[in-house]
Design a protein around this ligand. Structure first.
Ligand code: ZN
Length: 257
């Protein structure tokens, strides 16, 4: 079938929105007609990475309705509402690199096994998760990456419990999801650190109990003060050298950085 997607046709070149050819699904694959897609910073990293093969489709979080399933797929069927993610449903050791989707652009195979910057996505069923029919068709698109990355780090990786103190560096999509999960788990305090007052205000509305603008105050001193000597858990949703350097001294011995 023909569909339309945003395509990175060459490093440094503008994206083009053009027709792609989607083959019939392989036995393990699913086609989802998308209502919406998230836009993740990872796509910017991909676009800046000259080593990746082009043409390349982009995006790894979205919401849509399943239209076709391969013969081995049993967990979703045509008509199901589903999210698309980059995290496989089946737990595996180490990294897992599924085959390219098989989508072609001007008769060239498109690199990558999942994309959501398009109207229809062909991908492995491992990346397609059924959701309730009445989920919002727009905002649910970021569950597939931002929400599970941020909230999963707090809930599963750190295992935050009520009363644990947490600090979150960077309150964009991933950081806000971490703030929300910390709030659901009744952590206290929940300290949001960012350079942008508007983002910090939004973080407050999502459950941050305190905010620190690292552009105008020393985040190390302030977080230590607010947490009476350091937090139990810190989460870095930025990943710069400077954030690592700030996080280590504010995280208590025995906590996770
Ligand atoms: Zn992402």
């Amino acid at each position: 079938m023909k569909s339309v997607a945003a395509i990175d046709v060459g490093h440094g070149k503008p994206l083009v929105v053009d027709e792609i050819e989607i083959p019939d699904p392989r036995p393990d694959q699913v086609i989802v007609k998308l209502y919406s897609s998230g836009v993740c910073h990872s796509q910017l990293h991909q676009m800046h990475n000259s080593a990746l093969e082009r043409p390349m489709t982009l995006g790894h979080e979205g919401t849509g309705v399943v239209t076709h399933v391969g013969s081995d797929v049993t967990h979703v069927k045509a008509g199901d509402m589903a999210i698309v993610t980059w995290v496989p449903r089946t737990a595996r050791q180490g990294r897992w690199a599924p085959e390219p989707s098989g989508v072609t652009y001007r008769e060239e195979e498109v690199s990558g096994s999942v994309y959501t910057w398009g109207q229809d996505v062909l991908t492995t069923g491992e990346y397609v998760v059924k959701v309730d029919d009445d989920v919002p068709k727009d905002v649910s698109s970021i569950v597939g990456c931002a929400i599970l990355t941020g909230s999963g780090a707090v809930l599963h990786t750190a295992g935050v419990k009520p009363g644990d103190s947490v600090a979150i560096w960077g309150v964009g999509g991933v950081g806000i999801a971490a703030v929300q999960m910390a709030s659901i788990l009744e952590a206290y305090p929940i300290i949001a650190v960012d350079l942008d007052d508007a983002k910090l205000e939004f973080a407050k509305s999502m459950g941050a109990t305190h905010t620190v603008n690292a552009a105008t105050e020393d985040p190390i001193a302030r977080v230590i003060e607010l947490s009476n000597g350091g937090v139990d858990y810190s989460f870095d949703a930025i990943g710069f050298k400077i954030t690592t350097e700030q996080i280590l001294p504010v995280t208590r011995s025995g906590g996770s950085g």
